[in-house]
Design a protein around this ligand. Structure first.
Ligand code: SAM
Length: 250
């Protein structure tokens, strides 16, 4: 899978992503991440890409033209790659604008984006980006939560991390076969590792029993209890048996 990140701070995203699991997946060729510097497409002698907003107001705005030229360059790269591998079959890439005004990112969206071959991220900075270029190039507006950050770089890194771990081969285990938080609208059950007793706290005996069916039952119950306590909004959407419903209400 290939990610392109249009940004004013390419080092920030590349340094952040090129480590641990994502870094190893890049080394193995499972992921390709390229940060493209919007400033390389500045069209004035000062290399600036921002200007005052019409109508007044605080802060500066990223101008339309450098963002558009950067997008055109990324689109050309993707088209050239497509021509070489599979002529005529590629549609335009999805372009995600990281914005506090977008749809809130979640696991279902990560799973959907993980189906794409190429994804383009557009990171805003200052007070954002001229609306006209957003209207021309953006296909998806995504927020990572109801708060305002200084730039779209961290949100892009968060999305790339969540999407990448769903790409086959990136994790050692097959994520689709494992239960994880948000699957079936439940949070994951508590987990324990060695030693059996730590700070006088004993690992729940059921996990040492070797009885797989009982362990699964216990884990499911713990997921229900935990989700009901921490995320009442999620538990409302979960499909529960009558017994589990009672657990959730306790
Ligand atoms: N003036 C904008 C507004 O009120 O909607 C906020 C601009 S913010 C200071 C600068 C950039 O950070 C945005 O263009 C966006 O790319 C990014 N950003 C800030 N908060 C974000 C969030 N919660 N999710 C995704 N991107 C965010």
């Amino acid at each position: 899978m290939q990610f392109y990140i249009m940004t004013l701070f390419p080092d920030m995203v590349m340094d952040g992503l090129n480590t641990s699991i994502i870094g190893r997946a890049m080394d193995k060729g499972l992921l390709d991440i390229e940060a493209v510097n919007i400033r390389d497409y500045a069209f004035n002698k000062h290399n600036s890409v921002d200007d005052y907003p019409y109508g007044g107001g605080a802060g500066m705005l990223m101008q339309a033209e450098p963002v558009y030229q950067c997008y055109e360059a990324v689109k050309k790269k993707i088209e050239t790659k497509a021509l070489l591998s599979d002529p005529g079959t590629r549609k335009s890439p999805r372009v995600i604008y990281l914005s506090p005004q977008g749809k809130t990112f979640n696991q279902t969206m990560a799973e959907e984006f993980a189906q794409e071959e190429d994804l383009v991220f557009l990171c805003g900075h200052y007070e954002g980006i001229d609306e006209r270029v957003l209207n021309e190039v953006v296909t998806d507006y995504v927020s990572i939560g109801d708060y305002v950050l200084t730039g779209g770089e961290l949100p892009a890194m968060i999305m790339i991390d969540a999407i990448s771990r769903l790409v086959p081969g990136v994790l050692h285990n097959d994520v689709s076969a494992e239960f994880e938080s948000f699957q079936d609208n439940l949070l994951e059950y508590p987990q324990y590792s060695r030693p059996e007793i730590w700070h006088d706290k004993q690992v729940p005996a059921i996990l040492l029993s070797g009885h797989h069916a009982n362990i699964e039952k216990w884990r499911r119950e713990q997921s229900v209890i935990r989700t009901a306590k921490n995320r009442p909004d999620l538990i409302e959407k979960a499909k529960l048996t009558k017994e589990e419903q009672k657990l959730a209400e306790e």
